[in-house]
Design a protein around this ligand. Structure first.
Ligand SMILES: *Cc1c(COP(=O)(O)O)cnc(C)c1O
Length: 387
């Protein structure tokens, strides 16, 4: 049995080693390390893949969210609605800019923003909503866009986990994750579906003026060389990362299919298991399975994690503490128990290994061990096999 991992970046590299090594060598020899032709070429190729007009690469996914909110000109005190059950970055940038994060529930089945909760949270101070396409599928964008347009709110998609996912609207229009709102943000953190070999991120928009102001914001608020009309940040993708990403973008569709095949395997294996809820697909959206996340409906989640660990199977909780219960984000506004769906999910979800290199043997071994836990649970407990 090979060493199972949550993500197998080495196995993935081995298969494209030739292409990657050649690309890295090309950059080193060109010495164009910052804003070189690789970055421009990558932005163009990603724009084409995503079906968007403007792709602005930046240093990471967190910066992408921050730069967009700066470029949109939000003022301290403005309210931005997002979900509590997400990675911290989403709420962090809102708070960092002096805006007020307004945290709402997710749909308990799809883990993405509950449109009714979003609408109820709107006040005269609300300026934007950030739907997070958590774990690799799009939020209910039909309703999110409709509500946002009706209330004249900006929509900033957090597509860090969902690159390549596609959403079909009721009128038949198809859009990629990150290409539906006023702006979309993504991350190229190594373990993301399109990951580089360090940090990286990008912003998507079809709005030419917004694109220009995003570019300037990410480049020190520079309007002409050494001329700064407003305060910006320094956030850029380096050329080595862009070169890696150009190679991996060519393989993204097949990487996505590999993830989807693994998810289908897990789905079939767990279909009859009453203790587990397999990922529920959001109608209208494809799922690119950044994570394969189960709800442990009955039984002890930690005992399952321990059982798997004893069998050398890693698993991980994304995310164990919702934002509104994090010390940094606690406020009287959200006492414990205030967002019961997010709190339930934080204490019941577990993610299994999910990546592009899982073999049928790996998947069979993992799913057999998960099922064995539920089949043998009383016996395992009595015999104290798991501790
Ligand atoms: C990874 C991630 C981010 C942040 O991306 P970084 O590149 O790590 O800064 C933001 N939001 C979500 C949902 C993420 O998963």
């Amino acid at each position: 049995m090979k060493n199972l991992q949550m993500v197998d970046l080495i196995g993935q590299y081995q298969k494209v080693k030739h292409e990657i090594d050649e690309a890295l060598q090309r950059v080193v020899e060109s010495a164009a390390f910052i804003n070189g032709p690789e970055v421009k070429a990558f932005a163009g190729e990603l724009a084409e893949h995503t079906g968007i007009q403007h792709v602005i690469p930046c240093a990471n996914g967190t910066d992408a969210l921050q730069v967009v909110m700066m470029a949109m000109g939000f003022k301290p005190g403005d309210e931005v609605i997002t979900t509590s059950f997400t990675y911290v970055a989403t709420g962090e940038v809102i708070a960092l800019l002096g805006l007020t994060p307004v945290l709402v529930e997710v749909n308990p089945e799809t883990f993405t923003i509950d449109p009714d909760a979003f609408e109820r949270a709107i006040t005269p101070r609300t300026v934007a909503v950030v739907p997070v396409h958590l774990f690799g599928q799009c939020a209910d964008m039909e309703r999110v866009m409709e509500i946002a347009r009706r209330h004249k709110l900006r929509v900033i998609e957090d597509a860090a986990q969902a690159i390549g996912s596609e959403y079909t609207f009721a009128d038949g229009a198809k859009k990629k994750a990150g290409a539906m709102g006023d702006a979309g943000c993504t991350s190229f953190f190594p373990s993301k579906n399109l990951g580089c070999y360090g940090d990286g991120g990008a912003i998507f928009t079809d709005d030419k003026d917004l694109a220009e102001s995003i570019r300037r914001t990410a480049n020190h608020g520079q309007t002409a060389q050494y001329t700064h009309d407003f305060i910006g940040v320094n956030s850029r993708l380096d050329s080595l990362q862009a070169a890696v990403l150009r190679v991996k973008l060519r393989h993204l569709d097949s990487y996505t299919r590999a993830r989807q095949r693994a998810a289908e395997w897990y789905d079939r294996a767990f279909a009859g298991c009453e203790g587990l809820q397999v990922p529920v697909r959001q109608p209208g959206s494809t799922h690119v399975f950044h994570q394969y996340t189960l709800i442990v409906k009955s039984g002890d989640r930690q005992a399952l994690i321990d059982h798997l660990a004893a069998k050398h199977i890693p698993s991980k909780i994304y995310y164990p503490i919702p934002l509104h219960l994090q010390a940094a984000y606690r406020s009287d506004r959200y006492p414990e128990g205030d967002l019961p769906v997010s709190e339930y999910l934080a204490s019941h979800v577990v993610s299994l290994p999910m990546h592009t290199e899982l073999s049928e043997d790996d998947l069979r071994y993992i799913s057999d061990q998960v099922l064995a836990f539920f089949a043998n649970k009383p016996k395992l407990k009595d015999n104290s096999v798991i501790s």
